[in-house]
Write a protein that binds this ligand. Structure first.
Ligand SMILES: *[C@@H]1O[C@H](CO)[C@@H](O)[C@H](O)[C@H]1NC(C)=O
Ligand SMILES: *[C@@H]1O[C@H](CO)[C@@H](O)[C@H](O)[C@H]1NC(C)=O
Ligand SMILES: *[C@@H]1O[C@H](CO)[C@@H](O)[C@H](O)[C@H]1NC(C)=O
Ligand SMILES: *[C@@H]1O[C@H](CO)[C@@H](O)[C@H](O)[C@H]1NC(C)=O
Ligand SMILES: *[C@@H]1O[C@H](CO)[C@@H](O)[C@H](O)[C@H]1NC(C)=O
Ligand SMILES: *[C@@H]1O[C@H](CO)[C@@H](O)[C@H](O)[C@H]1NC(C)=O
Ligand SMILES: *[C@@H]1O[C@H](CO)[C@@H](O)[C@H](O)[C@H]1NC(C)=O
Ligand SMILES: *[C@@H]1O[C@H](CO)[C@@H](O)[C@H](O)[C@H]1NC(C)=O
Ligand SMILES: *[C@@H]1O[C@H](CO)[C@@H](O)[C@H](O)[C@H]1NC(C)=O
Ligand SMILES: *[C@@H]1O[C@H](CO)[C@@H](O)[C@H](O)[C@H]1NC(C)=O
Ligand SMILES: *[C@@H]1O[C@H](CO)[C@@H](O)[C@H](O)[C@H]1NC(C)=O
Ligand SMILES: *[C@@H]1O[C@H](CO)[C@@H](O)[C@H](O)[C@H]1NC(C)=O
Length: 693
């Protein structure tokens, strides 16, 4: 009994020694440990030779926060502050290569938080290269003196040694700010003596160095290390034909329509930004919306008989991953040249006609159209008979102050990929700019609806639309471009000038822009997917990684299918994909935007092909060659941001000292107890004899 009492006493002494500090720590912890949920991280990507982006340390990077309103604030705190390491908090508009270099070279910065200062809107912000996709575009198409994206800083492609987060919500920023004011924002030279408001940034990235290193490491299969370090960027390209590519007696027994020429209309599907969050108004939404509207316009004006008589059809492509060295178009051209488009091994299957680059009469790519001043530009690199003919048609459906042809010029576009592989490939590019981007926010989170001055008019399908919609609105501009392209394509196919009365559908334009920029749960998405309810925010337009679900490209595909599909009856039990049809798919979709609740069965030609760089399927690919896109994205386990109060250095020292004293004391105690153990713990006499063995 005595022994137990003594032990308890000893324990209590030790416990009391630690008590005051621990209880203080607990109080702080309870009061100040806040998640910052609206933060989005900068993450790591790799190409054949480099790594870019950010990563925290394995356990998370911590630092004392400091609001910097100017560059001088940052320099001052780095020079005079004693509480480092710091995590500066900057207005996103202030973030540029100079300030980043200041932070990196100081060695006192452990992370960075960026936020939007509503009072001080930025005029230009793009961290893309001045010449986007510099290594995969045709040489000489972007001049150093007058680059396409003159505001571009190239920071998207920099390897940054600390984590960066963007905090979206005003509420979260208020929380951080009030903590800063209370604990940090005075006498910086004595910060070391105080408890300081700090952040913990967790965004540890598993992959390092470059794509081949990461793939090699991922392929080392062992039970101890079942870890995938990175995934190729990529997703799916979407394609559809205006009229079917096959016909036949039964829906599952069709024959391909061979010997046709094709006019291809393309746009890109993706964008990027420094963070997980994207916005893509001018690029890519205006291009996607114009392509989709054009699809509907052509569906209304060009009939199957026109196509059959001319032996010319129209194909629509939406390329994914174009932001990262043209992933989608590189794969498409790779497949087309090898006879693997529209289906792998298409020749032997005899289901759809094989479409090769030589079958393409003209490619029309629709690029950024968000910041025009009433005029659009048609870029083309080389003289070509097909191009000239089409430009002549276009001239007849425009006036000189709404349209201009720009020869010997080609801004970054999927067309580069086609021209690199087939030098005399006929293609044109439609944009809102002549020599430099009119979009000052290319590939940044500020390329949003405000950037293209989009206002949702919630139009209904009646004759008043033209009055409601201002002539200088983005909707009207897209209508003008669509009609010019649509009528010219009509003339190209039928050989006759268009003199019908059909207009581009302004309700559709209004709704589509609303879908892409404001509300994914919009009417168009309700029409094509009767079964899902999406959040009331825009969808992410980042390409993401091979094999992952990309809702945005999925929905864009269904929308394209809907707008080019044929209605083949009511949407009932007979609308089915069994027995399997190889040339078509069947979907229940709304009859129109006006009749959302009427379900119709659509026969759809739309399908998807892989948009994953050929580099990942070529054996022994030379990763340094730069021939194909080599981008991968690192995997991670956890991404979050937490606010907490870091105890003062003195407090830390006291804790440490007491810890040491306690330890020394316990050693002594143990030594004492052990040396006197014979006295203190007199051996108990066995009260029972041991059990028999
Ligand atoms: C990878 O990216 C870096 C940084 O942008 C660039 O310098 C390098 O040339 C790229 N490598 C390849 C193989 O594309
Ligand atoms: C910080 O130090 C610089 C000199 O290095 C001095 O000029 C400046 O006034 C100091 N700022 C503050 C806020 O103490
Ligand atoms: C970008 O905007 C900032 C101000 O917001 C301005 O100082 C700078 O000159 C602009 N850059 C260019 C290239 O116009
Ligand atoms: C920090 O203090 C300075 C001067 O006391 C003040 O001007 C500034 O607005 C404060 N910063 C924040 C973020 O409250
Ligand atoms: C098409 O479907 C019918 C049944 O509806 C079946 O008898 C026929 O074999 C199918 N043809 C092919 C090529 O699958
Ligand atoms: C353009 O229109 C004029 C007048 O209507 C017509 O004479 C000419 O042939 C047209 N050009 C083309 C390329 O259709
Ligand atoms: C659009 O108009 C309809 C009624 O016509 C209304 O129910 C709906 O809330 C409006 N949508 C928006 C986003 O204003
Ligand atoms: C569209 O075209 C019409 C007629 O050509 C013109 O009046 C109008 O200004 C154009 N609108 C835009 C935004 O380009
Ligand atoms: C496209 O045209 C076909 C007939 O040519 C028609 O059945 C279908 O409803 C049209 N699609 C749309 C969305 O108007
Ligand atoms: C269309 O809807 C009917 C009943 O609502 C269902 O039986 C059928 O499977 C659906 N078809 C498709 C292709 O989803
Ligand atoms: C489906 O098709 C069959 C045979 O064509 C027909 O008898 C049946 O009435 C159809 N069902 C519906 C719901 O329309
Ligand atoms: C769509 O593409 C896939 C993959 O290439 C193919 O298996 C399928 O047969 C195609 N057609 C339809 C109608 O799904």
């Amino acid at each position: 009994m005595n022994n137990v009492k003594r032990s308890i006493l000893i324990f209590n002494v030790l416990y009391l020694l630690q008590y005051p500090i621990e209880s203080y720590g607990d109080r702080i912890k309870d009061k100040m440990y806040e998640d910052i949920p609206s933060s989005s991280a900068c993450f790591r990507k790799l190409n054949g030779t480099h790594q870019i982006g950010c990563s925290s340390t394995r356990g998370g990077s911590t630092g004392v926060i400091h609001f910097c309103d100017t560059e001088k604030d940052l320099e001052d705190i780095l020079a005079n502050g004693t509480g480092y390491p710091y995590i500066p908090i900057l207005d996103y508009g202030l973030f540029n290569p100079t300030i980043l270099d200041t932070m990196i070279s100081s060695d006192k910065v452990n992370g960075l938080i960026l936020y939007t200062n509503e009072d001080n809107p930025v005029k230009n912000l793009t961290h893309e290269h001045p010449c986007p996709n510099p290594y995969s575009s045709i040489e000489g198409t972007c001049k150093k003196e007058s680059p396409w994206n003159p505001w571009g800083t190239g920071l998207l492609y920099k390897d940054i040694p600390f984590p960066i987060f963007y905090v979206d919500s005003e509420k979260d920023m208020e929380l951080i700010r009030s903590c800063f004011e209370k604990f940090n924002n005075f006498s910086y030279s004595e910060q070391i003596d105080r408890s300081l408001c700090s952040l913990e940034l967790k965004s540890f990235m598993f992959a390092t160095t470059n794509t081949p290193t990461c793939i090699r490491r991922s392929n080392i299969v062992s039970n101890l290390n079942p870890q995938k370090f990175c995934d190729p960027l990529g997703n799916q390209n979407i394609w559809a034909s205006l009229q079917p590519l096959a016909e036949g007696p039964k829906k599952n027994e069709t024959k391909p329509l061979k010997g046709y020429k094709y006019i291809i209309v393309t746009a890109k599907l993706d964008t990027t930004s420094l963070f997980e969050k994207t916005s893509g108004a001018s690029s890519p939404a205006t291009g996607i919306v114009t392509l989709l509207t054009l699809a509907k316009y052509l569906n209304d004006t060009i009939m199957m008989d026109d196509v059959r008589n001319a032996k010319k059809n129209v194909l629509f492509f939406l390329f994914n991953g174009e932001t990262y060295d043209y992933i989608g178009s590189q794969r498409m051209v790779y497949d087309m040249i090898r006879g693997n488009f529209p289906l792998e091994n298409a020749d032997n299957l005899d289901v759809l006609p094989v479409i090769k680059p030589a079958d393409v009469q003209l490619l029309i790519e629709i690029s950024q159209l968000g910041n025009a001043k009433g005029k659009f530009y048609v870029h083309h690199l080389k003289e070509n008979e097909n191009i000239n003919k089409f430009l002549d048609y276009m001239k007849n459906y425009t006036t000189p102050d709404t349209y201009e042809s720009v020869p010997n010029s080609l801004p970054p576009a999927s067309l580069h990929t086609f021209l690199k592989n087939i030098p005399d490939f006929p293609g044109i590019l439609i944009t809102d700019h002549k020599t430099t981007y009119s979009n000052h926010f290319y590939n940044s989170i500020y390329d949003n609806s405000g950037n293209i001055k989009f206002k949702y008019y919630n139009l209904t399908e009646d004759s008043k639309n033209d009055e409601l919609l201002p002539k200088e609105s983005i909707q009207y501009f897209i209508k003008n471009v669509t009609e010019t392209l649509g009528k010219s394509i009509y003339q190209e196919i039928t050989g006759k000038a268009y003199n019908g009365k059909i207009n581009a559908d302004t309700v559709l334009i209004d709704e589509l822009l609303h879908c892409y920029l404001e509300d994914a749960n919009c009417k168009v998405h309700q029409a094509i997917r009767r079964d899902i309810k999406l959040p009331k925010i825009p969808l992410s337009l980042y390409v993401s990684v091979k094999g992952s679900d990309n809702i945005a490209s999925n929905l864009a595909g269904l929308t394209l299918g809907w707008l080019t599909g044929n209605s083949v009856g009511p949407g009932n039990i007979n609308c089915t994909n069994t027995p399997r049809a190889y040339a078509f798919r069947f979907y229940n979709m709304s009859k129109s935007l006006r009749e959302l609740n009427v379900s119709v069965c659509y026969q759809v030609t739309m399908n998807a092909t892989d948009a994953v760089s050929p580099a990942f399927s070529i054996k022994d690919y030379d990763w340094t060659s730069g021939q194909y896109s080599s981008w991968t994205e690192s995997t991670w386990k956890e991404i979050n941001v937490r606010l907490f109060l870091r105890p003062s250095a003195n407090q830390g020292k006291i804790t440490m000292a007491i810890g040491c004293i306690t330890m020394a004391f316990s050693f002594m105690l143990v030594f004492f107890l052990k040396s006197k153990s014979s006295v203190l713990f007199a051996p108990l006499l066995p009260t029972e004899s041991p059990a028999d063995c």
